[in-house]
Design a binder for this molecule. Structure first.
Ligand code: RTP
Ligand code: MG
Length: 140
């Protein structure tokens, strides 16, 4: 399988509870390398732009407000099949359905406050990585 890069976000419910290191350990244990990382406090406008694909969904307003409520950690993860592997390590969107050992099973509070974001396909990964990082900031 090819080496891929994917965009990951450690969401405000996790940064608030000081879980950045524990979540990063899950990525590294799964063979994903953190090749770029920074902590940001998104504005409501930035969160809205990042989640624009969801703008017609009923949870859009709540999602954007949550993502702008407290700092996030944005990161690029690299590895073999990194996009699918990261989704596997994250677990299902709703923590009640997440498999044992996944980040969301262990740490998520609810469907909204679910601790992590991960790109869902190669096309979205490319767009989402360039939303936050320049090529110079990614060191593989
Ligand atoms: P993400 O984009 O954050 O990695 O999560 P995902 O692919 O598993 O889920 P997606 O369908 O893309 O939804 C994006 C985020 O919106 C929030 N959400 N809330 N209240 C609700 O019904 C609801 N549905 C989705 C979650 O925070 C989800 O991660
Ligand atoms: Mg998604």
């Amino acid at each position: 399988m090819a080496i891929e890069r994917t965009l990951s976000i450690i969401k405000p419910d996790a940064t608030r509870r000081n879980l950045t290191g524990k979540i990063n350990a899950k990525f590294e244990e799964a063979g994903l390398r953190i090749v770029a990382q920074k902590r940001l406090h998104l504005s409501l406008e930035q969160a809205g732009k990042f989640y624009e694909v969801h703008k017609d969904r009923p949870f859009y307003g709540e999602l954007c407000e949550f993502m702008a409520s407290e700092p996030v950690v944005v990161q690029v993860l690299e590895g073999e099949g990194a996009i699918a592997k990261n989704r596997e390590v994250m677990g299902a969107t709703n923590p009640a359905n997440a498999a044992d050992g996944t980040i969301r099973k262990e740490f998520a509070l609810s469907m909204g406050e679910n601790s992590v974001h991960g790109s869902d396909a190669p096309e979205t990964a490319a767009v989402e990585i360039s939303f936050f990082f320049s090529g110079l900031e990614i060191v593989g």
